[in-house]
Design a protein around this ligand. Structure first.
Ligand code: NAP
Ligand code: MG
Length: 403
């Protein structure tokens, strides 16, 4: 390879914290810079720089993502009280992912990376299951109270002229609890469109489920909005792409998912997504093999690994000890972003490079060379534990043969 691949337009690069920041640089040095004239709009979202810029850098990175359409993000620390002390922060800055998601109004799609030798706990799952979680409302924005005996609880809605509509929740004869939850048509519609667009983009079927038989107004609204948008805007496109949308009850969906071979997107209401994404992720094996992409309703993509900054490994690294941290999900964040950039700009070499880098990464693990987290999961006989850097060098050896 003499000529490096050129990128006519940049991707937004968001650097991060701790062990993932170390891996970020290694991935660039070993697997990307030798082959690509990387064109990135760089933002340092490391906690030190977020603190220096009073978190403006996070907002700037999100705005740049809107402009360029594609971003890749390293894992970042979400500060808590310990971190405020550790980094001497002027404020407990908010989660960067939360800030970026709010600006892009996006939905997160999480997909496991499937490799031979690591069998899911549900062994019939041959292909990945992608979970899309609605990120607004329901019990995450609830209002709840405890209720004493001999009280009447009602729902009250007051319109702008002060007229009240009331509905009985329960007449309490003994103490109990109540909860008020809400959602917004616009947010549900934007979730539905993002899901349908993403399904078309990756050419996979999409399932959505709720409990509309019991919740005849609330959950039914979700079902109706999905069905209407599908029928009016997507049915023809789905038929042309040979993919399917189907709605079912949440309990039926769970049963079907467990019996399935995988290979589809499962769109979930907020709580269902919280619970089911942990179920699916655990079943597929390792956090180090879970990729993630935030997609906005207008088609902006931000790729990242689903795991955090792998703090414990970072402190070992700082002490000069050998680490064996899994870079696969972060590599796939880069390949996702590079492939998307290639598709948008019609740069075939970039798409093909992304495919080959993914292939080389999977080949390395399937050849038995893997990081420590995967050793207990792999059923291969000849497996060897590689340190953080050696694993990347082994991937590069295979990549060179593919290029
Ligand atoms: P974590 O970094 O995902 O790590 C949890 C544990 O999972 C690690 O200690 C490690 O286990 C294992 N692990 C995760 N990723 C791994 C990898 N790539 N290779 C090998 N092992 C891996 O989560 P956390 O410890 O809860 O959070 C650490 C920091 O990350 C926090 O400051 C949090 O705010 C941040 N965070 C950021 C994001 C994001 O930016 N998207 C997401 C989650 C958390 P062992 O230590 O047992 O080896
Ligand atoms: Mg959860």
């Amino acid at each position: 390879m003499s000529d490096k691949i050129k990128m006519p337009n940049p991707i937004v690069e968001m650097d991060g914290d701790e062990m993932t920041r170390i891996m970020w640089k290694m991935i660039k040095d070993i697997l990307l810079l030798p082959y690509i004239e990387l064109n990135t709009d760089y933002y340092d979202l490391g906690l030190v720089h977020r603190n220096e810029t009073l978190d403006q850098v996070t907002i700037d990175a999100a705005e740049a993502t809107k402009k360029h359409g594609v971003a890749v993000k390293c894992a970042t620390i979400t500060p808590n009280a310990d971190r405020v002390k550790e980094y001497n922060l002027s404020k407990m800055w908010k989660s960067p992912n939360g800030t970026i998601r709010a600006i892009l109004d996006g939905t997160v799609f999480r997909t496991p990376i499937v490799v031979k030798g690591i069998t899911p706990f549900i062994p019939t799952w041959e292909k990945p299951i992608t979970i899309a979680r609605h990120a607004y409302g329901d019990i995450y924005k609830n209002s709840e109270m405890t209720v004493e005996a001999d009280c009447k609880a009602e729902l009250v809605v007051t319109d702008k002229n002060g007229n009240e509509t009331r509905q009985l929740i329960h007449e309490f004869t003994s103490p109990g609890i109540i909860q008020g939850v809400h959602n917004i048509d616009k947010s549900i519609a934007s979730f539905a469109r993002t899901c349908f667009n993403y399904a078309l983009d990756v050419k996979k079927d999409i399932w959505f489920a709720s409990k509309d038989t019991i919740s005849k107004k609330y959950d039914h609204r979700f079902k109706d909005i999905f069905n209407e948008i599908y029928a009016n805007e997507y049915k023809d496109k789905f038929e042309a792409a040979g993919i399917e949308y189907f709605y079912t009850l949440i309990d039926d969906a769970v049963a079907r998912v467990v019996r399935s071979k995988g290979g589809y997107i499962w769109a979930c209401k907020n709580y269902d997504g919280d619970v089911m994404s942990d179920m699916v992720a655990t079943s597929f094996g390792s956090l180090g093999l879970m990729s993630s992409v935030l997609v906005s309703p207008d088609g902006v993509y931000e790729y990242e690994a689903a795991h955090g900054t792998v703090q414990r490994h970072y402190y070992k690294y700082l002490k000069g000890e050998t680490t064996s941290s899994n870079s696969v999900a972060t590599i796939f964040a880069w390949t996702g972003a590079l492939r998307k950039r290639g598709e948008l700009d019609n740069v075939q070499d970039l798409i093909s490079f992304a495919d080959k880098l993914e292939k080389a990464t999977i080949q390395t693990i399937e050849d038995g060379i893997m990081t420590g987290d995967l050793i207990p999961l792999s059923s291969l006989e000849n497996k060897q534990k590689a340190d953080t850097e050696t694993f990347l060098i082994e991937i590069n050896n295979r990549l060179q043969k593919l290029l």
